[in-house]
Write a new protein. Sequence first.
Length: 253
Amino acid sequence: MSGRALSFGAIAQAYERFRPGYPDEVFELVAAYAGRPLRTALEIGAGTGKATRLFAGRGVAVTASEPDADMLTELRRHVPPNVRPLRAAFEELPAGETYDLVYAAAALHWTRPEGRWERVAGLLAPGGVFANFGGPVQLVDPAVEEAVRAARAPFLASDDVPSPDGTPAEAALQWPGTELETSPFFTDVRQTTIERRFTLTPDDYVGHLATVSAYLELPAADREQVWTRIRAVLPATVELESDIVVHLARRPG
């Protein structure tokens, strides 16, 4: 994983507080696609356990892998006993053990592309399921979006995470579905979007931005100036769109 991927540990508690969790619809979609009981799962880049809780709370025995020690410490505070925390980057995961489900929540883009799909397939039992889900958090009001863009512009041109394979945002099939469709290791690739909306206070919105990697890479003094400039242009309530794009694929059995 890149240095940017490992930038979250210093703000693990903020990540836990300000990043949204995942709704039951994600689990239901994955379980329906699997068509058989999901007893074991491996999570790639578990962070503070936002998605871990979704699956572990439904009785799945989750191995939650995460390379950052501070994030794992925060995860341990929030997960049930059927979770096995494992400090390891995706590329360091030991071979040999396989799972009914391998999944990643807003973390897969931090993994190295070389050999990614062969490694995922090797961690799955025959007929096992791979799931990836996440999506950008976007301001609903275009005028507010433009004001925030202008406020951060002296320090940061964009806070987006670009598509790893260059797929444009308007394309019908998004990454990683684009790669899964051409991978010899997977079949039955599907993409589903779960709509989600939030209303935050200005302080909570800035708190969320403080967990975004593009801002974390700025010098501390610049970050403080960015927060002040952005907070000054926000309305009393901040309307957000945070749709979850779910990709599903199956290792042939």
